[in-house]
Ligand binder design. Sequence first.
Ligand code: MN
Length: 192
Amino acid sequence: MTQLITLPYAPDALAPVISPETIAFHHGKHLATYVNNLNAAVAGTEFEDKSLEDIVRSAQGGIFNNAGQILNHNLYFTQFQAPAEGNAPQGRIAELIDAQFGGFEAFKTEFSAKGAGLFGSGWVWLSADAEDKLVITQESNAGNPVTKGLKPLLTFDVWEHAYYIDYRNARAAYINGLWQIINWKEINKRLK
Ligand code: MN
């Protein structure tokens, strides 16, 4: 039985980058629906007691789509903190970004462009391979880099439901805002 995650911050903590209204719909309606749909779909199947990652690695169709969306949203919602001007990576992830992308600004530019340029609904990801080589990938719909053997570190949801209340069609403005609310301590935890 998969549970809807509890957010590690108040519903208004991310404003104005993400409004309480978006949190109410995105977490309280969209993510909750994926959780309800998955629990209904796996009842009595081989997937009933598997972890989300195991389901995403082995299922197809509706079970894959709902499990993928839950795994993706859990990573998305738990990577944020209150907005801070000049928010930037720290520690190990900062070292890896500097060494492999030539600095945070260059990384941000590439990651943002891949998010803005993703056609339709999906996710842009920063992941690490087994040797801590960083890779930026685009995934359509419910895709997650664990299916490619990668460890997901950071993700921007670019489905329209993630930004339409606050930014209307301006996906690039939404992406630009998200950099202010990334909790880089959490990203470092995922790297370990
Ligand atoms: Mn979403």
